[in-house]
Design a protein around this ligand. Structure first.
Ligand code: ZN
Length: 430
């Protein structure tokens, strides 16, 4: 199907998404000072909304009429707060029949649940479209997602589409395990289906790039960009992808609960989407910690949310791309090492983290591969897991990882951090 026809059909299918996209593109055309005024008003609005309608914030924010407008005076929201108060973080007037619970943390650590609805989903998709357009991509052109686990893709993909959908112009491939035959399938799919963009975990894209480079495969000329997300993209991975895919590599920063935080432009600027978020960099425990406030999420406000990432905001100034959004720089963190299975497959650490989704009683955990056939799970939780739950974990591990893989559970008081102060959630054999 040609891209222009697909674009027309998509507009009919997703009127709300395209309405959001029009608003987002209009804001991208604002002058920087107009945009800053818009952002400040949106911040005031979301704080007032949270203080009046969201039980958690009713308790934690002082009367917004007394608020001096300085975001620094508001409390920081940690992931542990979200875990402990999920129920109280939902807008009191939300229509519960239309609200869903999403899960995240698969690639980066502790499982976390969040509320979402159709409007949040459609705005997220529109924000992704605007971000993709910074590469030269146009709505209707094809995107291949390397994302999620087999079970997500099986039940309709991480974004809720069928696996193959001609109108969507999207395909999702489960990219958490990397065996040579699967990498060969993916490379073949790219050559045959000829997407315009690839989007996926840095580690998945780097693994595929390594295969393509080793096999000396030519990539289609249709490919204009590769988007790396959810993990730190280091310079060696970027160079490998550029070489293998033969196109530009872009970094993207965001998470499921607060998407579209920053997108890289064609000039290498990582632009903070300041109409959607208020991003701060605050010195905490010796690092520049990023705190994000979603300016659009009224269903479940996130105000000064500590994502556990580090980075800094760059001084204001024009970027050659002409986009008014300010720029930032990511710190180094969230690097994932792949875990090698006895049968030779390499698994993304998210495979292990996902096994703990929904187990909110776990305060901290760490998977450690102590032998090729053994995964040790260190847990910090107030009470031991029930025998049923332990048995379920053993089964799930064998199914997701390798049938011969043993689970060794250890209950501990705390889990030490690495020298850099980072918590590593999955540690493989070197
Ligand atoms: Zn730029």
């Amino acid at each position: 199907m040609i891209a222009s026809l697909r674009h027309g059909l998509q507009r009919l299918r997703h009127p709300r998404r395209y309405a959001f996209l029009r608003q987002l593109l209009a804001r991208q055309a604002m002058a920087p000072d107009v945009l800053r005024t818009y952002q400040r008003r949106a911040l005031m609005d979301i704080v007032r909304h949270a203080a009046s309608r969201v039980p958690y914030y009713q308790r934690h924010l002082a009367d917004p009429r007394d608020w001096d407008g300085r975001i620094e005076s508001l409390p920081i929201l940690g992931k542990e707060d979200v875990r402990a108060h999920l129920e109280d973080m939902l807008d009191r007037q939300a229509n519960r029949a239309r609200v869903g619970i999403g899960h995240t943390g698969g690639s980066t650590g502790q499982p976390l649940a969040f509320w979402y609805d159709d409007a949040k989903h459609e705005l997220m998709r529109a924000g992704m479209m605007r971000g993709f357009m910074m590469s030269g991509w146009r709505p209707g052109q094809k995107v291949l997602y390397l994302w999620g686990a087999r079970q997500d893709v099986g039940k309709g993909g991480v974004f809720g589409q069928r696996l193959t959908d001609a109108i969507a112009g999207e395909r999702t491939i489960a990219a958490l395990e990397y065996a040579e035959d699967r990498l060969a399938d993916w490379a073949r799919l790219i050559r045959r289906w000829r997407p315009t963009l690839l989007y996926g975990y840095a580690s998945a894209l780097a693994e595929l790039a390594r295969y393509i480079d080793d096999q000396d495969l030519a990539m289609p000329a249709s490919l204009i960009g590769v988007y790396s997300t959810a993990e730190v993209l280091d310079e060696s991975q970027r160079a490998l992808m550029r070489q293998a895919f033969g196109c530009r590599v872009f970094n993207q920063y965001g998470c499921r609960e607060v998407p579209n935080i920053a997108w890289e432009c064609r000039h290498g600027g990582l632009h903070v989407m300041s109409d959607l978020v208020w991003l701060e960099s605050v010195c905490m425990q010796g690092e520049d910690r990023l705190l994000v406030t979603s300016l659009s999420n009224r269903l479940m406000p996130f105000i000064r949310y500590d994502l556990g990432d580090s980075g800094r905001l760059l001084p204001a100034g024009p970027c050659p791309c002409g986009i008014p959004f300010p720029r930032m720089e990511m710190g180094l963190c969230r690097r994932n090492d792949l875990i090698r299975m006895p049968d030779g497959r390499r698994l993304h650490p998210a495979v292990f983290n996902r096994l703990l989704y929904g187990l909110t009683q776990i305060r901290q955990y760490q998977w450690v591969q102590t032998a090729p056939q053994c995964m040790q799970l260190n847990l910090v939780c107030p009470e031991r897991l029930s025998p049923d739950l332990e048995a379920r974990l053993r089964n799930d591990l064998a199914r997701a990882g390798d049938p011969g893989l043993r689970l060794e559970l250890r209950y501990v008081d705390h889990i030490p951090r690495t020298a850099a102060g980072k918590h590593r959630f999955v540690i493989g054999l070197d």
